[in-house]
Design a protein around this ligand. Structure first.
Ligand SMILES: *Cc1c(COP(=O)(O)O)cnc(C)c1O
Length: 466
């Protein structure tokens, strides 16, 4: 499989290259040159497979020659061996229509583990082949940071510099990042910044010639294609449990950067019969507004109880715009240039028609989130986290065709957001024992001002050569 940029001007890359790169050189994001398609028979054959084997089957077409099926299968087995649930992504019934897909049984209790544990393994294999070293730089509003750090800690051929906005991540998220002792892990708390500002600095670092000439920079946020690829898998896992290919299934997805829900779109493109993809936002609702009326326009970020969705600019939305707009790189480049200038664009008629055909959306405010947490607790005895609550709110609010099961993606363990859960339900969820003594461990983190030069210097002084 070969990979092309959404802006049409960057070199076409192989799977190995795309995994080890961040943004495309034209500022776009990479996508497979075409969507692989599964027959009904191939989807039927996924039923009852152990998760790692199902993962290898779903990912294989994207990887092609780069890894044999057996190598990919053992990579997936290794990645999921540390998950605390034998099903990896168990599906829980809520009522006659609604289901919860629990994606938080990985080492850092967030769905991002599912893709990042695979990505860590891919880095090892691909970098060893090239005898090369990778400097990963990323920004996090919480869950990406801890999951990426866990996935890369102690790896021989990669190191990670992770920026987070100081005071804007939860205590659990912070200690999950800062108590990792591996010497290849570098935490940076940026003072007086929000997530979008940290993300903007990371973009600037990737474009900085002084850095890129000495270091091979890699990305672990959802601009990295391999991450999205690994997330396509659980849509197939849930779909095949609930009767695909014969039965159509809907998914409600708590959305920030549009990565997770884009993986659902890819599953649909590959042949999984998805009736509807629900884009669920909190009050930072740029995507809800874009899908409702075709105007994609950024507002200011409002902090909420679901910080991983406190985002205005959703990088992966560009991938959808590209695919729905006839894969016209020049048109997307022009659209994104307008967006960068005016913070607003209008979707084209094709893009609007494409979104209407598959996507619905809904926005949850603080009381909607609390009500969804209460419903799950009172009616099902289940604690859900505020991100999941946004999606459950959307799933329960929309009208559904008879017979379509609706799967809400549960993206974080409720124990990671226990203050918010307790406020809504009166119940304070615990953390699983395996993460037990986090708060007793020593923290390691550098505080730096919200200043590009300071952060660049810090990284240049410490990063390993390529
Ligand atoms: C990252 C994250 C999201 C949003 O996922 P995107 O891929 O950015 O849309 C939702 N919930 C939780 C808990 C997350 O960590």
């Amino acid at each position: 499989m070969r990979y092309i940029s959404t802006r049409g001007r960057a070199p076409v890359l192989t799977f190995a290259e795309v995994t080890l790169t961040g943004l495309a050189s034209d500022g776009g994001l990479y996508l497979p040159e075409r969507w692989p398609r599964f027959s009904e028979r191939e989807i039927e054959d996924l039923r009852g497979l152990p998760y790692p084997e199902l993962a290898a089957r779903v990912m294989q077409p994207f990887i092609g020659e780069a890894l044999s099926f057996d190598a990919l299968h053992s990579l997936a087995q290794e990645a999921y061996a540390r998950f605390a649930h034998a099903a990896v992504t168990p599906l829980i019934q809520l009522d006659a229509r609604h289901w919860l897909l629990e994606l938080f049984h990985g080492p850092t209790l967030a769905f991002k583990d599912i893709a990042l544990q695979v990505l860590g393994g891919l880095f090892d294999l691909l970098l060893a082949r090239e005898d090369s070293f990778l400097t990963v730089i990323g920004a996090t509003s919480g869950d990406t940071g801890s999951a990426a750090i866990d996935a890369l800690a102690g790896r021989e051929r990669a190191e990670i510099f992770m920026l987070h906005p100081e005071g804007r991540v939860t205590d659990v998220q912070r200690v999950q990042m800062t108590t990792v002792r591996a010497p290849n892990v570098h935490n940076i708390a940026v003072t007086g910044a929000n997530f979008d500002e940290c993300q903007a600095m990371v973009k600037q670092l990737f474009a900085d010639e002084m850095l890129t000439s000495r270091h091979r920079l890699g990305a672990v946020n959802s601009i990295n294609w391999a991450r999205l690829m690994a997330q396509v898998v659980y849509y197939f896992a849930a779909g095949s449990q609930l009767g695909a290919p014969e039965r159509r299934i809907a998914f409600a997805v708590p959305t920030g950067n549009f990565g997770d829900v884009f993986a659902g779109y890819v599953a649909a493109r590959m042949g999984l019969p998805i009736a509807r993809l629900v884009v669920a936002t909190n009050v930072n609702d740029i995507l809800h507004r874009a899908l409702a009326d075709g105007n994609y326009s950024a507002d200011t970020v409002t902090p909420t109880a679901a910080p991983s969705m406190d985002i205005q600019v959703s990088s992966n939305f560009e991938r959808l715009l590209f695919d729905l707009g006839g894969r016209d790189g020049d048109a997307v480049a022009a659209q994104m240039a307008t967006f960068e200038r005016t913070r607003a664009i209008r979707l084209s008629p094709d893009q609007i028609a494409g979104t209407k055909a598959l996507f619905s959306s809904a926005r949850a405010d603080a009381s909607d989130m609390a009500a969804a947490m209460r419903w799950a607790w009172d009616r099902c005895g289940l604690a859900i986290d505020p991100h999941t609550a946004c999606a459950l709110h959307a799933a329960r609010m929309l009208e559904w065709e008879a017979g379509v099961p609706v799967v809400t993606l549960a993206t974080a363990h409720p124990g990671k957001f226990r203050d918010a859960v307790e406020r809504a339900t009166g119940f304070r969820p615990g953390l699983p024992r395996r993460v037990g003594d986090l708060f007793a461990r020593e923290e390691r983190c550098t505080r730096l001002p919200n200043n590009y030069e300071a952060i660049r210097r810090h990284i240049l002084d410490r990063a390993m050569p390529r």
